[in-house]
Design a protein around this ligand. Structure first.
Ligand code: BGC
Length: 740
């Protein structure tokens, strides 16, 4: 992809060490007392009152704040530092600007369904523009944790289950936040998080233990971080979890060996909120002093909100448990970031300047991102788009007009007054075309009362088509919002079943922060659009797609399980020694008193088989694409080689639409077993009705490498399969060999 080239040039721009900056860093460092150095390593959460911190600021005891977004307060704090502290080192103000500041884009998982690095970069640019107006110059994003567990609430913040997709999209987000140069006052330093393995949390319960073999760590969880760092990410945040007994805040293998030695990262490392001190809860440190020691020695340079560094570093140095050179290195990285951001020259934010918040351009980008995030999962009898013969629609469900909830998790600054819901958008844009019969049915997603059912059923009966907006409120996903049962909460399933009984075509639009288990509903709905939490402009985006102004194009960035108990289910699983053997004997097929081995012995669930409900990469449109004529430029590649793989794709329907074309491989035999499929590349291509286009991928042997048992990245000779595919479970299949 072109992305790879962009990544390299961006990296040169942003991390190439600037000798002028390095000289300034050294000069400043040489003037600092130990206490001033420790001050730079201290990050506090603002109380909103600048006076609370005045004395500390004068003494240089704080390096950064989070959670202050009032530019007047920011300038007031900055003024104390710039005018009353000895060395005048500017403060760095930070915020979780995760998928928009005021103009809210779809949740990251939704954005990932676009498979479009350009739209993701644009979204991050808009967020940077808006947040920087408040004085924020550092965001704690992108979150590039790979996760295969939709019980985990933070899947909403992720870019899905796949390392290649997450790498490309995460790097695009970094580029968007950081802009052309960190030095521009409208760019934000990105912070890739959470390093590392947080998405592997046991049972999908937040903050929980992870057990990750080094090979899996390197193959699944580290590549997205490497890609973002290569794209110039200025900072990195460690994760809350432990891996194999070592909490990330004390993990010197990750922070020193991998991050610094192998990847040459010269940015700055921050803890997560209280994560240094939490090493006591983990049972990894006896007290706050030991926590400070382990975190600093591992390479955590700025401590978020707890103050173990401020309290203990001086003594730890005196006792020889931390070297002063370790502190110097940490402070060097902090100062370098501040110089790169141009904070010494422009410490203040311009107040009352012309605002870009909610500008037409920003809203248009948010709408486009929301459109591209929508995934059409089912469309029986071409129920969608809504035909011109449809004279009335019933709009039902707790998420049809839920301006706060459709913004999704981590919208600290988004304002629901600016959100346009599907109800409002449909009435406004298509109200002349169709009569809208609105009845919520349920007040909110968890509502257990069926009081509203009668009105909802009556609205459905009076309408030609039912549009049911189901899902989850925003508070049910995100940090610490995990669910052990990922079906629709409340009485939504009952309401959907009742609506079905009216015999009217039933369209389900689902807004949620995670894949929900919707097996039953997928059987009874005529059409399903998965809308995630689509943000400020979700309503107009959904309206346009439902009414056919634009066709859907999104594809799933994560596998949808049939039921919760099937988790983990992801496309790149291993084959096992006994892969499921069709035909499967399922629970209700088994004769009473069946003998022990009559079912065969292969790997599947009696109640769920082995296939997911919807595979990774899946998504429909209002047209059909036919793949044909797979060609490989060669059948054999040497160990350092490349080949071209192409096919034709024909739009066999009546509307122009975009197809997301995916390239997968399988390494059939390895010195360590390999997944049954691995995504290697993808392209978005717009195809006109009746048109046939040729799609060509270049596959390089570097893309075939994996980490072997000696932790070497190698390509092993042998047979490979390759697919150009519309999703991870279909496609045109070919094969080739890699030779010595
Ligand atoms: C989260 C981080 C976030 C930080 C600061 C933590 O609880 O894990 O992702 O950036 O808080 O708000």
């Amino acid at each position: 992809m072109a992305t790879a080239i962009l990544i390299v040039s961006c990296q040169q721009q942003q991390t190439g060490q600037d000798s002028e900056i390095e000289n300034k860093v050294e000069d400043l460092l040489s003037k600092m007392t130990l206490s001033e150095k420790i001050g730079q390593m201290n990050q506090l959460s603002s109380s909103g009152n600048a006076d609370d911190f005045k004395e500390m600021l004068k003494k240089g005891m704080v390096g950064s704040f989070l959670n202050e977004v009032n530019p007047v307060t920011i300038n007031k704090m900055q003024k104390v530092v710039m005018e009353e502290s000895r060395l005048k080192i500017p403060l760095l103000f930070s915020r979780d600007v995760i998928h928009g500041y005021k103009t809210i884009f779809p949740i990251p998982l939704g954005q990932a369904a676009s498979w479009n690095p350009d739209i993701i970069e644009k979204g991050a640019r808009v967020a940077a523009q808006e947040a920087s107006e408040a004085g924020i110059r550092w965001t704690f994003a992108p979150m590039i944790d790979i996760t295969r567990d939709p019980r985990w609430g933070r899947i909403a913040e992720s870019l899905g289950e796949d390392p290649v997709l997450t790498s490309v999209l995460g790097a695009a987000m970094v580029k968007g936040f950081q802009g052309k140069s960190l030095n521009d006052t409208n760019s934000l330093a990105a912070c890739v998080k959470h390093f590392c393995g947080y998405g592997a949390t046991e049972g999908g319960r937040d903050y929980n233990t992870t057990i990750i073999p080094e090979q899996t760590l390197r193959e699944v969880y580290l590549p997205s971080f490497k890609a973002s760092i290569d794209a110039g990410a200025a900072t990195l945040m460690v994760s809350f979890n432990e891996i194999n007994g070592v909490p990330s805040s004390g993990n010197d293998f990750l922070l020193r060996q991998v991050l610094r030695k192998e990847w040459n990262f010269d940015g700055m490392v921050v803890s997560d909120w209280g994560s240094v001190e939490e090493m006591i809860n983990h049972g990894f440190c006896a007290d706050r002093k030991e926590a400070a020691m382990k975190a600093i020695n591992a390479g955590v340079e700025m401590e978020m909100v707890t103050s173990t560094y401020v309290e203990h570093v001086e003594n730890l140095i005196k006792e020889g448990k931390i070297k002063e050179s370790t502190i110097d290195e940490a402070v060097r990285n902090i100062l370098r970031l501040k110089f790169r951001l141009g904070l010494f020259d422009k410490p203040y934010v311009a107040v009352n300047s012309k605002s870009s918040l909610y500008s037409d351009e920003h809203l248009a980008s948010a709408k486009e991102a929301a459109i591209q995030s929508l995934v059409l999962l089912k469309n029986e009898n071409n129920t969608l788009p809504i035909k011109s013969t449809v004279k009335s629609v019933a709009i039902i469900g707790p998420l049809a007009d839920a301006p706060y909830d459709q913004m999704g998790t981590w919208t600290l600054d988004g304002e629901q007054e600016h959100t346009i819901t599907p109800l409002v958008a449909i009435k406004e844009e298509f109200g002349k075309q169709v009569k809208v019969n609105y009845a919520k049915g349920l007040e909110y997603s968890r509502d257990l009362s069926t009081k509203g059912f009668t009105a909802a059923i009556s609205a459905a009966r009076q309408s030609d088509v039912i549009l049911m907006f189901a899902g989850e409120e925003s508070i049910l996903s995100g940090e610490a919002r995990c669910r052990a049962d990922i079906t629709f909460p409340g009485k939504q399933r009952e309401l959907i079943a009742e609506l079905k009984k009216t015999g009217k075509p039933l369209v389900l639009v689902i807004m949620a922060g995670r894949p929900l288990a919707i097996t039953e509903e997928s059987k009874i709905a005529d059409a399903i659009v998965y809308a995630w939490h689509p943000g400020t402009m979700g309503g107009p985006a959904i309206a346009d797609v439902l009414f056919g102004k634009v066709p859907p194009s999104g594809k799933l960035p994560v596998t949808f399980p049939q039921m919760t108990g099937q988790i983990p289910v992801y496309y790149s699983q291993k084959n096992s020694g006994r892969p499921a053997k069709e035909p499967l004997m399922l629970l209700n097929d088994i004769p009473v008193s069946a003998k022990q081995f009559t079912l065969g012995c292969s790997s599947y669930y009696l109640d769920a088989g082995y296939k997911p409900l919807y595979p990774f990469g899946y998504g429909l449109s209002y047209t059909t694409f036919v793949y044909s004529d797979l060609k490989l430029s060669k059948n054999q590649m040497k160990k350092e080689d490349q080949m071209e793989i192409s096919c034709k794709i024909t739009n066999t329907g009546n509307v122009e639409a975009t197809e997301i074309v995916q390239l997968y491989i399988r390494d059939l035999v390895g010195s360590l077993t390999r997944p049954v499929k691995e995504l290697k590349d993808f392209k978005r291509v717009a195809i006109k009705p009746g048109e046939t286009v040729k799609i060509t991928f270049t596959l390089n042997t570097n893309q075939l490498k994996f980490w072997n048992a000696k932790m070497e990245q190698v390509v092993e000779p042998g047979q490979f399969k390759v697919w150009i595919a519309p999703n991870s479970s279909e496609g045109l299949e070919g094969s080739f060999e890699v030779t010595e």
